[in-house]
Design a protein around this ligand. Structure first.
Ligand code: ADP
Ligand code: MG
Length: 562
């Protein structure tokens, strides 16, 4: 008698399973991509761990994925020789651990419906896509290592799953799908071949499909030729980024991107480069068309994957990509880092710093190119990631010049967004600076008295209406030799004509008693009262003194009761 345990699925996973198993989504084949991607991850993990623990490989060196259809039983098995899972990992990873991704994915489906089911892998719950095509799933797994024990996980996705000991003698995991009656097409050799090529061609491990072969041996009883099975490698199993650009078409890059990110849309743009000289590394970086769901969550994120000499090291290597480029996806493959590289080593490595510098430069170059060649695509980019990119202005002073050419703002004289370069090209004669103003919206800024002197002279003012702008634009002191000046600053340093100056002096004299009186009344609240030439229609306005703290700081301090 076997000791069989029964566990309940965590609540949100249970809801998710209910949705998946009853889904009418028409591209159910994505389950294969998800399970193959898990198998590939398990092989990557094993290969990485075996660098420091070679005994994990034992005498079973091959790292492979097998796809095994069984027409008689109506099952499809996806098997790998990867790290495998212990009893506790099976229980946690496949059902009991609460996952922010499952909740987010449920929300997405309830808002946007079935067509987004294929994004399931982006949310870190891709395994459950098995229930798009199966009504029962069995996972038999044995963790790598000399004295581990194999376990069988089974579930019909009705609230519970069971776990019991299983007789598997080799390392790795086999996921067996008991296909639903109407999903038997996934037993067909040609269908499977086509799916692997479409969805998993660039998986870095051989994917071997079990195929039937008719032999020349005649069966004595039936008088027919006997049929045997054989494993046939169907994918390329090569690192796409290592191939020369000349061999790669746009379609190939796009397919690779989709396999890497579980996105269903092609990327907006990409850059593929190899460095030589004293740093050897290859990069293939993509900018997605839409915002990845895990972009702003601090948990599991795919980000940029780091490889060392073709060996996968980690997902989301933060050390090679600054936070303000966190929307970038792709691969970096270094020839110089040691294989057993650790997080500490990454944080303190000259090689990594140089990679990062290059990655930033290549990404910004690519964005500049996009802005120039495909302005519409650049708008899409800006809409989704502009806010994130702007963080770089404050965070990375080295990149100010480049970022300055990439930022876009609303402006008093233009309808849509404008670049700083275009602003500069429209500057009036005698205009010394690029003027900008922070505010809640274009509307409030257009009506603001701070604008008057500037607009009177026909000077354009940039409207910075994004909450991040007040902080980010501080990093932007000048662009193409022109200083950026806030329209809220006291001394706008606008050159006045002799006549204007005289007029002003008389004005100030005449208003002397009034300003004195105002200073007295307001002495607790203002530093100074000054007659200014900046207003044309409004009687007064508040301005920042030179060196005064910006409005957002004041607001912050006020909110904190200072
Ligand atoms: P993700 O792959 O994004 O982590 P999944 O739902 O696809 O999310 O898988 C959940 C977890 O289950 C994985 O993180 C992994 O720990 C484990 N797992 C799934 N399939 C395998 C496998 N073939 N071998 C080892 N572990 C696996
Ligand atoms: Mg997965």
């Amino acid at each position: 008698e076997t000791p069989r345990e029964t566990h309940s699925f965590q609540a949100e996973i249970n809801q998710l399973l209910h949705l998946v198993i009853n889904s009418l989504y028409s591209h159910k084949e994505i389950f294969l991509r998800e399970l193959v991607s898990n198998a590939s991850d398990a092989l990557d993990k094993l290969r990485f761990r075996s660098i420091t623990e070679p005994e994990l490989l034992g005498d079973q060196g091959a790292l492979e994925i097998h796809i095994l259809p069984d027409a008689e039983k109506g099952t499809l098995t996806i098997e790998d020789t990867g790290v495998g899972m212990t009893h506790d990992e099976l229980v946690k990873n496949l059902g009991t651990i609460a996952h922010s991704g499952s909740r987010e994915f449920l929300e997405l489906l309830s808002q946007r419906g079935q067509k987004d089911v294929s994004l399931i892998g982006q949310f870190g719950v891709g395994f459950y896509s098995a229930y798009l095509v199966a009504d029962r799933v069995e996972v038999v797994s044995r963790a790598a290592g000399p004295d581990s024990q194999a376990w069988r996980w089974t579930s019909e996705a009705k609230g519970t799953f069971t776990v019991e000991p299983a007789p598997r003698t080799t390392r790795g995991t086999a996921v067996t799908l008991h296909l639903k009656e109407d999903q038997k097409e996934f037993l067909d050799e040609w269908r499977l071949r086509q799916l692997i090529t479409q969805y998993s061609d660039y998986v870095g491990h051989p994917i071997q499909l079990q195929v039937k072969k008719t032999t020349d041996v005649i069966d004595a009883q039936t008088g027919q030729k006997t049929v045997t099975t054989a494993l046939e490698t169907v994918n390329k199993a090569s690192a796409l980024w290592q191939r020369p650009k000349s061999e790669l078409t746009d379609e190939k890059y796009q397919e690779f991107y989709k396999q890497l990110t579980h996105d269903f849309e092609p990327p907006l743009t990409w850059t593929h480069f190899k460095t030589d000289g004293n740093q050897q590394f290859t990069g293939l970086l993509f900018v997605p068309k839409r915002k990845p769901f895990d972009m702003d969550s601090s948990g599991k994120r795919r980000g940029v994957r780091l490889f060392v000499k073709r060996v996968f090291i980690m997902d989301d290597c933060e050390e090679i990509l600054p936070p303000w480029l966190r929307f970038v996806r792709g691969v970096v493959d270094s020839d110089d880092l040691p294989l057993n590289v650790s997080r500490e080593l990454l944080q303190d490595s000259a090689v990594v710093r140089s990679i990062r510098k290059h990655v930033v430069k290549k990404t910004l170059d690519q964005l500049e190119k996009l802005a120039k060649d495909k302005p519409e695509d650049y708008q899409t980019f800006w809409k989704n990631f502009g806010v994130t990119l702007k963080e770089g202005l404050a965070a990375d002073s080295e990149q100010r010049e480049k970022l300055g050419s990439l930022v876009r703002y609303e402006s008093s004289s233009q309808e849509g967004l404008t670049s700083l370069a275009d602003y500069v090209s429209r500057m009036k004669e005698g205009q010394q600076a690029i003027y900008y103003a922070y505010g809640e919206s274009r509307k409030t800024l257009e009506g603001s008295p701070h604008m008057e002197t500037l607009t009177k002279r026909g000077y354009e003012v940039l409207f910075m209406t994004d909450p991040v702008d007040e902080w980010a634009a501080q990093g932007l002191n000048e662009f193409s030799g022109k200083p950026l000046v806030s329209a809220l600053q006291a001394d706008l340093k606008i050159q006045a004509t002799e006549e204007e100056k005289k007029q002003q002096e008389e004005h100030a004299k005449g208003l002397g008693p009034l300003t004195e009186r105002m200073k007295e009344v307001l002495k607790e609240s203002v530093r100074e009262v000054r007659v200014s030439d900046r207003l044309t229609d409004s009687p007064v306005c508040l301005v920042l003194p030179e060196g005064g703290s910006p409005a957002f700081l004041e607001r912050l301090l006020r909110e904190n009761g200072r």
